[in-house]
Write a protein that binds this ligand. Sequence first.
Ligand code: GUN
Length: 301
Amino acid sequence: MSAAVIDGKSEAAKVVAEVTSQTAKLIADTGIVPGIAVVIVGEDPASQVYVRSKGKRALECGFHSVTHKLPEDTSEETLLALVDELNNDEVIHGILVQLPLPDHIDEGKIIQAVSPDKDVDGFHFINVGKLGTGELATAFVPCTPAGSMVLLRQALGKQDFSGLNAVVVGRSNIVGKPIANLLLGANATVTIAHSRTKDLPSVTRGADILVAAVGRSQMIKGDWVKPGAVVIDVGINRIPAPEKGEGKTRLVGDVDYDECAEAASAITPVPGGVGPMTIAMLMATTLIAACRKAGVEPPAF
Ligand code: GUN
């Protein structure tokens, strides 16, 4: 079998188009313009690229968008004061503090300082708890897991995963745990596997849905995949690519793509799979935040 390639770029474009048209409708109906604030501390090059893309996409959607760029030596107190200001700013509906933060700042403290009603990352304990208890109507769901679910629903052609075995490899708070909860919410039978799991290949071989979110390049091999499984690769790893020239690199996922594409029925590529969905879902979540604030039923994504 040779897998269908799940096109994250085109799915993300569909989400952004829907956000754009629903934003125009919200503005026409209520005068409320969705507002997003992105905060970045320091000069991490990858974070700078992400933050620029988020700001650009927000403007394309018709949002009010502000970016706060703070120097590396910003104190925790200053950052907390900015978060407080944004929590109280009427024109801002979504706040995202780009991670990682410099070591002298307590990341957990900043995450919990963001108002749960504006926590478009879905990292606040209130939103984590709502996702864990199935209160999805008022929760904010982290963007990468939410985007992965959009791709899975599209690949499987259904919303209900009853009878399907899902294996999530990775147990991070940002991806592994929330995606496991979303899969459970869609009635899949879910296993969370991780670095301490015994005989990982035998566990992944039972998966109809295999989600890789471990952060280890090309770890999942072809013979770890059940024939016909749908494979979602959340990993983004940079590895040396001497074939492209000295010192060159390329991006790969947590899945050995060429091998796994032989076994799977559908698979996300890296880049161009889950990656583009993350920013698209951030836009969707910000629109949802603005709709909730306006007392308008938000669109479903
Ligand atoms: N850094 C990498 N991914 C993310 C994300 O989803 N949210 C935030 N805030 N920072 C990140």
